[in-house]
Design a protein around this ligand. Sequence first.
Ligand code: 13P
Length: 253
Amino acid sequence: MPRIPLIAGNWKMFKTIPETVDFCLRLKDEITALQGKKVDVAVAPPFNSLAAAAQALRGTQVFLAAQDVFWAESGAYTGEVAPRMLKDAGCCMAIVGHSERRQYFHETDESVNRKAAALLKEGLIPIVCVGETLAERKEKLTFRVVERQIRDGLKGLAVNDPLQLVIAYEPVWAIGTGQTATPQQAQEVQAFIRKLLGEVFSPPIARGMRILYGGSVKPDNTAELMAMEDVDGALVGGASLEIKSFGQIIQRA
Ligand code: 13P
């Protein structure tokens, strides 16, 4: 079965609640204009805007995602948000292991694994981010780093349908730098990830699972990236903040 592309916007720490609602209402029009095109769309606003975004997106097929989650069901964890709370706010997905969280908030493969497991248990779709730094690429460690992130991050997860989980390959050197990976660089790593998914889960799961590319995705480079066999969509940062550029990326997916 062909993989339906997924274009997901990671808003990071941008937009107020009114800005979120305005964007979501405009996104509704973009989606209506897509009629018949097979592409899934997701947006990931900050936690405080999730419920308002869910309300504004009601009646659309747009998936609502959180940018992070904590693995416990509830408890004394000041500042954290549980999977069930995300579901309650209207989310069906959550990003885990984004490189900014690994870099600034001490996210590890082990915490990524616990978060992904907790999301799956609640019936939410983890978008698990992996990717090497510039120094790691220069030292030719890309495949070793990505393999560790995939094997340790996905260890023991109960996945029996390929749509239960999404992978995002985001080379750290391409995030917010304007230095997009070439389609060949993305394909090379993403084919490797798919091979690993076959070992971690099973070949049929690997064939159906979506692997997104992220890192300076813009309307101009979307089509060439998406033309690659193992690039099944994009995790978009900066260009997902404006409805015009996000809409163009969706159109070109
Ligand atoms: P940019 O698209 O701004 O490079 O960000 C990518 C990203 O980090 C998405 O999660």
